[in-house]
Structure formats: structure tokens, C-alpha cells
Design a protein around this ligand. Structure first.
Ligand code: IMP
Length: 185
């Protein structure tokens, strides 16, 4: 099946995503120019396309690390349970950490991860997210770097999934309702 067929409308095009990565990469390069210990910490699996595009515009020495933290167990609503499935592979003591996320919705995932890293001795913890869905917030959380703010749609593509599918779309789009309605019944 052609992936485009499942998409109701394109919300953020591939060209717009590239412009976002350029803008955020430039800003991050400027803000961290005096840091010699920056870690770009991707939250798997959603961070993959965004992190790989964004880092090419970050003109600084940067260590790449990953964590796998589960929040959604498939479907379109947050379970609220946060589990660490794969932890970061290095000490964060006295490191500047920039967490790279595909989307901030309820804020629960980042609230837990940011607190954990600070508790472990990180010097600073900030967040760069491609998408922000502030209407979904349950816990107050302000990402420092935001690509674009979107309404409370369920979106897929460019790292974002529905039941682990559609992450490989080169843009962010709204999934047609009947593709997830069956799952909600
Ligand atoms: P939060 O803890 O609710 O902020 O959850 C953030 C995580 O929920 C993201 O990393 C995504 O994995 C997932 N998520 C939130 N909204 C969407 C969406 O619209 N589409 C796909 N995944 C989403």
C-alpha cells in the first residue's frame, strides 16, 4: 500500500522540516558555543529522522546518545506510564544535555526524563522538539526549542508512528480517521 493513501492532509512538509532544522540548528550552535561537553540525547524511535537532520546544522562538537522511553503502547492516547526500555550509555554528570524529541504532548515523558537526568548530576537539561502540541499538556512543560506548534491532531510521519508504522514518511501528516478508529473500539 502507498503510505500517502493513509494521510488526510500534510501538516508539515519536507521543505518546511528542512527549514526548521536549519533554524533550530543555527540557534543551538549559537546558544551552546561555549559548551565543550554537549550531549544530544535522542528519545527512540521517534527522534531518528529529526535528530539526523538537525545535527547536520549543529556546528559544534557534540556527543550523540539515545534512550528508549515508552509512553504510548500503540493507539493514539497516552497511557501515562513511563518506562525506561533502554538507558543512556554514558555518565551525565556535569554534562549539558539537549534532549531531542519528535513531539511534546502531555509533557509526561519529558518531565520524567529531564528530572532523572538532573537528579543524576547533569549540568543542564533542555529540550528540542520538532512539534509541540500545547493543548495536550497535562504537566506544565516548556521545551526550549520548538520547530512548530500544532493543534491537538494525531499526527504521523517523520519519526511519528501509529502502532509503529508511518515513521518513514518524509513529512508530518494527519492520519485518516478510519486507520485508527478500529483500534479505539
Ligand atoms: P507525552 O509524554 O505525552 O508528551 O508524549 C510524547 C510522546 O508521545 C512522543 O514522543 C510520541 O511518541 C507520542 N505522541 C504524542 N502525540 C503523538 C502524535 O500525534 N502522533 C504520534 N505519537 C505521538
Amino acid at each position: 500500500m502507498n503510505l500517502d493513501k493513509a494521510i488526510e492532509k500534510v501538516l508539515v512538509s519536507a521543505d518546511e522540516i528542512n527549514e526548521i532544522c536549519k533554524r533550530l540548528g543555527k540557534q543551538i550552535t549559537e546558544d551552546y558555543k561555549d559548551s565543550d561537553n554537549l550531549i544530544l540525547l535522542g528519545l527512540l524511535n521517534g527522534c531518528i529522522p529529526f535528530m539526523s537532520d538537525l545535527m547536520r546544522y549543529v556546528d559544534l562538537p557534540v556527543q550523540l546518545e539515545f534512550m528508549d522511553v515508552s509512553s504510548y503502547k500503540g493507539g493514539i492516547s497516552s497511557s501515562g506510564d513511563i518506562k525506561i526500555l533502554m538507558d543512556i550509555n554514558t555518565s551525565v554528570v556535569d554534562r549539558d544535555i539537549l534532549i531531542c524529541e519528535d513531539i511534546v504532548d502531555t509533557g509526561k515523558t519529558l518531565n520524567v526524563v529531564a528530572k532523572l537526568l538532573l537528579h543524576r548530576g547533569a549540568k543542564s537539561v533542555e529540550v528540542v522538539t520538532l512539534l509541540d502540541k500545547p493543548e495536550g499538556r497535562v504537566i506544565p512543560f516548556e521545551p526550549k526549542y520548538i520547530g512548530v506548534t500544532i493543534p491537538k491532531y494525531f499526527v504521523v510521519g517523520y519519526g511519528l508512528d501509529f502502532n509503529e508504522l508511518y515513521r518513514n514518511l518524509p513529512y508530518v501528516g494527519v492520519l485518516k480517521e478510519h486507520y485508527y478508529m478500529k483500534d479505539e473500539e
